[in-house]
Write a protein of this length. Sequence first.
Length: 322
Amino acid sequence: MKKINKVSIQAQIKSALQAQNAVLVAHYYVSGNLQDLAQETGGLVSDSLEMARFGQNCDADTIIVAGVKFMGETAKILSPEKTVLVLDKNATCSLDEDCPIEDFSKFCDQHSDRKIVVYANTSAEVKARADWVVTSGSALKVVKHLHEQGHKILWAPDKHLGRYVQNETDADMLLWQGACVVHERFKADALSALKAKHPQACVLVHPESPQAVVNLADVVGSTTALINAVKDREEQTFIVATDNGIFHKMHAVAPHKKLIEAPTAGVGADCESCAHCEWMAMNTLEKLLETLNNQQNEIKIDKNITQQAQHSIQKLLDFTEK
Ligand code: 13P
Ligand code: SF4
């Protein structure tokens, strides 16, 4: 009985997408059924950088973003003429929440000699205040470029990603002290013990994780980079330190490989295995259908903010196309 309902909701969504000339863009962390639907209907499943690029280049009238609020806002900033809907307006991100525009703006004013580089996981207002927007897949390249040009950097909001980029590039970076509540919970001690149990395994780590966890990695990279590592590397077992929603795609690209969740338990842990973003988990098939049927949860952004933020995001898209 349950299966019949599931098929029927997916069929309803497909026909609503078609009727409204709408496209579904999903992040790798949302549920597998949403990722499959995006793929089957000519939409996209990807990391935050390619989600932004795809929305801008597609010719749909409506973009539906299955992810979190900043992803919907980025899509709207890049395609202000399109309708952009999200499945739940309360689906946010701790990095975005940790960086309110008023405080951030003061911080920028105090360090006006620095180029302002912000992670995509921020509000439209914070992006509008920045010189550059970057994603996890592009941060190293952009900061290296700015460093080579002699710029000092003000970085926000993720302190772990900022520190990783600083170590890799040697750039002069002043870091805002935000963190991702999901990646911050990975535990280095427990990961070391797990590595010892699986000495042949390759350890994949998203750079939003703490330094001690990054230090244990064989590969550090964006969600796309981690998926590609599972597909392309010869190891048969992978320990994965990022949101476990990514396993859906990893299984699809390498069905015979073994994937193990990096531990979130261990010294100082507050959960057994909490490697799943509560905001990403707010995206469901039911909410997608409701959003389409009612044309609800539309993203709206002030015109000036849109124009300013567009400038700093577009720089990134142009730069990463080279
Ligand atoms: P990616 O840009 O690697 O997809 O990461 C987005 C994100 O929110 C990670 O927590
Ligand atoms: Fe934000 Fe972390 Fe969730 Fe990504 S996983 S959306 S960084 S809270």
